[in-house]
Design a protein around this ligand. Structure first.
Ligand SMILES: Nc1nc2c(c(=O)[nH]1)N[C@H]1C(S)=C(S)[C@@H](COP(=O)(O)O)O[C@H]1N2
Ligand SMILES: [Mo]
Length: 320
C-alpha cells in the first residue's frame, strides 16, 4: 500500500458519487469570498494564487456541465492510483508515487503554427478568461478498462478561437513535457519522446473536447497529467495527452507517438469502437474499474449522438 499525504487521504474518502456530490454542495454553500470570485470566472488563478492552499486542499470551483454522464464515479483512489503515464513508468500503480518529481509551477505552453497569435503562454493565460466546468466523462482505455471521472476544465474550442487559427490549420498537435530529470521513464526508449498526440481541427473544436486542469473538485494530481491535459471522451485514453507544453496548428495529419510505435495497432483517429478490434484483442467489452462483470463497449464510447457526424461517410475500419 502506498503512503499518502493527509490531503490525499481526505480526498480518497470520497469514493462514491453520493459523498462527492454532497461535498460539492457543501463547497458551494460554504463558499468564501475567494471561492465566489472563482465561480465568476477567475478560477484558474487558484492554480498559483495560494487561495487553494487556504482551503486545505487544492480546491477548484467549477460550474456543472450538461455534458456530464449520470453514471457512478470511479473511486478517487483508482482514478489517481491506476494510471497510464509512460514517462513515469509502464507500471500503472507507479505514477502516483513517481509523479512527485514533476514540477508544475510555473508552467508555460508554446502555442505556434498556423495561427495569428503564436506565443508562449503562462498556463493561467491559456485558461483565462474561460470559466471552469466540471465534466463527468467516461474514459475508455484501449487496453480494455474504463473509468468515470469528474474532470474540471475548459472547452478546447473556446481556447483555440482566441489563438485565431488560419485557414491552413487542419490539425492540432499536442506535446508532453520532455525532461528525463522530472520524468524518469523518459530515460528508457519505451516510446519515442516526447509523447505527441493530435486531433483533426473539427474534433478539437467539438464542444465535448476539453483541456483539463482538475478532477474530483481539485487541481489535477501530477500522475493524471498536471497541470494541463487533453480529454477527448469518445476516443481511446491514449489520445488524452498529459502535461502539455506545446500546442501546434498544422496543415498535414501528424504522426502521433502510438502510430509511430505500432501503426497496425494504433491509428490517428483512435475512436472507441466495439466493432473494430485491436489486432491482438477484441474491443467489444470493457471492465469498469471497481466492477467485476464486463460491460459492452459503446460506439464512440457512448457519445455517438454528439460526434458520429464528424465521421459520416468514413470507413471506420480503415480510419481506426
Ligand atoms: N504523456 C502521456 N499522456 C498519456 C499517456 C502517457 O503514457 N503519456 N497515457 C495515455 C493513456 S493510454 C491513458 S488510458 C490515459 C490515462 O489517464 P489517467 O491516468 O489520468 O487515467 O492517459 C493518456 N495520456
Ligand atoms: Mo490507455
Amino acid at each position: 500500500m502506498l503512503i499518502r499525504k493527509a490531503p490525499e487521504i481526505k480526498a480518497a474518502e470520497m469514493t462514491d458519487k453520493t459523498l462527492y456530490l454532497a461535498r460539492r454542495q457543501f463547497l458551494r454553500t460554504a463558499s468564501t469570498t475567494a471561492l465566489a470570485v472563482a465561480t465568476a470566472g477567475v478560477a484558474p488563478g487558484l492554480l498559483t494564487s495560494g487561495v487553494a492552499a487556504q482551503t486545505g486542499g487544492n480546491v477548484l470551483e467549477a460550474r456543472k456541465s450538461l455534458y456530464s454522464t449520470e453514471e457512478a464515479l470511479t473511486p478517487y483512489k483508482d482514478v489517481t492510483h491506476y494510471n497510464n503515464f509512460y514517462e513515469l513508468s509502464t507500471d500503472k500503480y507507479a505514477p502516483a508515487q513517481l509523479a512527485k518529481t514533476l514540477r508544475v509551477t510555473p508552467w508555460s505552453v508554446v502555442v505556434e503554427g498556423e495561427i495569428a497569435k503564436p506565443a508562449v503562454y503562462h498556463l493561467e493565460d491559456v485558461l483565462r478568461p474561460h470559466t471552469l466546468e466540471e465534466r463527468i466523462y467516461r474514459l475508455r482505455c484501449v487496453e480494455g478498462w474504463s473509468m468515470v471521472i469528474p474532470w474540471i476544465g475548459v472547452p478546447l474550442g473556446e481556447v483555440i478561437k482566441r489563438f485565431e487559427p488560419t485557414s491552413k490549420a487542419k490539425y492540432v498537435v499536442f506535446t508532453t513535457l520532455y525532461d528525463p530529470g522530472q520524468l524518469p521513464g523518459q530515460r528508457r526508449a519505451v516510446l519515442t519522446w516526447p509523447y505527441v498526440e493530435g486531433l483533426r481541427m473539427d474534433e478539437a473544436m467539438h464542444p465535448l473536447t476539453i483541456l483539463a486542469v482538475g478532477l474530483y473538485g481539485e487541481v489535477l494530481p501530477n500522475q493524471n497529467g498536471a497541470p494541463l491535459r487533453l480529454v477527448v471522451p469518445w476516443k481511446y485514453g491514449f489520445k488524452s495527452v498529459k502535461s502539455i507544453v506545446k500546442i501546434r496548428f498544422v496543415e498535414e495529419q501528424p504522426v502521433t507517438t502510438w502510430m509511430a510505435a505500432a501503426p497496425q495497432e494504433y491509428g490517428f483517429y483512435a475512436n472507441v469502437n466495439p466493432d473494430v478490434p485491436h489486432p491482438r484483442w477484441s474491443q467489444a467489452r470493457e471492465r469498469r474499474i471497481g466492477e467485476f462483470a464486463k460491460r459492452p463497449t459503446l460506439l464512440f464510447n457512448g457519445y455517438a449522438d454528439q460526434v458520429a457526424h464528424l465521421y459520416a461517410g468514413m470507413d471506420l475500419k480503415k480510419y481506426f
